[in-house]
Design a protein around this ligand. Structure first.
Ligand SMILES: O=C(O)CCC(=O)C(=O)O
Length: 307
């Protein structure tokens, strides 16, 4: 095994150096928006959620579709100049607030985001920007550089993760990103990332925008373990999928009930080993130091999506 070469994918960064760094490491960090823009968006957050939110909260999964749409529209408007400068041949698929209230329940366990585009040709990209400075205690996002290049993966709530057998070891390699308010980490949705709880005494609001190449289509994956052991079913969705889909709370483990099935695709459910991780990333993992997180994946998916 060797790391996948991502350079053949169709890029969208205006700056070729950023594009190369993004392909290489799975993320880049850039200055993004000003304090004035943050203030404007924070007012939208307070308008929707005057009493704040609980635990880990994302408007992507908010049951209130009007809030979802207002937030989506506001972030696009306020950040459009910056996004247009950063990218070419792109489209914005969805924008949201991601907020961590204070306390242990705001933890988001280590994960790769669900597959949302055809990753043979395109990258699913998040522009994630905190509205406050991040530090060791307030839930800074953590990434494992290059981890989007271990395997081609199909990801979704019904599909096991590549790191299932090496979770503690992988977690011990995570790199925290202590961004300043208004800076953004732009990351490939297939990078392994982690988000510890916000144990400070103030909420941690961020804005997130999903962008992809203009020619890409939204594609999501589902595994019917009983009937299709070595195949994953792919569903094509409209571009407004994240804005319109209202069933995250009820049926995330079931076969999607919207979209067009493109059929079954072979998948061998690859699993990382400690030795592979060490070899590919050129690191040594100190055994025994990593700590297991309290939440199981299934509990986590159910909790996050049930908001
Ligand atoms: O907001 C966070 O802390 C993490 C967000 C995240 O991991 C995601 O949106 O996939």
């Amino acid at each position: 095994m060797s790391l996948i070469d991502f350079s053949r994918k169709r890029g969208i960064f205006s700056d070729p150096k950023l594009q190369q760094e993004f392909h290489e490491n799975g993320y880049v960090i850039v200055p993004f928006i000003s304090q004035t823009q943050i203030d404007e968006l924070f007012a939208v957050y307070k308008q929707c959620y005057p009493d704040g939110v609980e635990g880990f909260f994302s408007t992507t999964f908010a049951n209130n579709v009007e809030h979802r749409e207002l937030v989506n529209k506001s972030i696009r408007e306020v950040c459009s100049k910056e996004i247009n400068e950063l990218f070419h041949d792109f489209k914005i698929l969805f924008s949201s607030f991601i907020v961590k209230a204070t306390g242990e329940k705001s933890r988001l366990i280590m994960h790769q985001d669900m597959t949302l585009v055809d990753e043979d040709y395109f990258s699913g990209i998040n522009i994630w920007c905190p509205m406050i400075d991040l530090n060791e205690t307030n839930g800074a996002i953590e990434v494992l550089p290059k981890s989007h290049r271990f395997y081609k993966t199909y990801r979704g709530s019904s599909i096991p993760d590549i790191y299932d057998n090496v979770k503690d070891e992988v977690r011990s390699l995570m790199q925290p990103c202590y961004l300043k308010a208004g800076e953004a980490i732009i990351f490939d949705q297939s990078i392994i990332h982690n988000s510890p709880p916000n144990l400070s005494d103030a909420e941690r609001p961020t804005i997130n925008t999903f962008v992809a190449h203009a020619d890409s289509r939204i594609k999501i994956c589902y595994w019917d373990k009983e009937n299709h052991g070595n195949e994953v079913e792919i569903f094509e969705q409209e571009d407004d999928f994240l804005a319109k889909f209202e069933n995250f709370g009820h049926n995330i483990f079931n076969r999607p009930n919207i979209g067009k099935s493109l059929g079954l695709f072979p998948y061998d459910f690859p699993k990382l080993t400690v030795e592979q991780v060490e070899r590919e990333l050129n690191v040594t993992i100190s055994r025994g130091e990593a700590q297991t997180e309290p939440n199981e994946k299934e509990t986590w998916w159910s909790r996050v999506f049930a908001k």
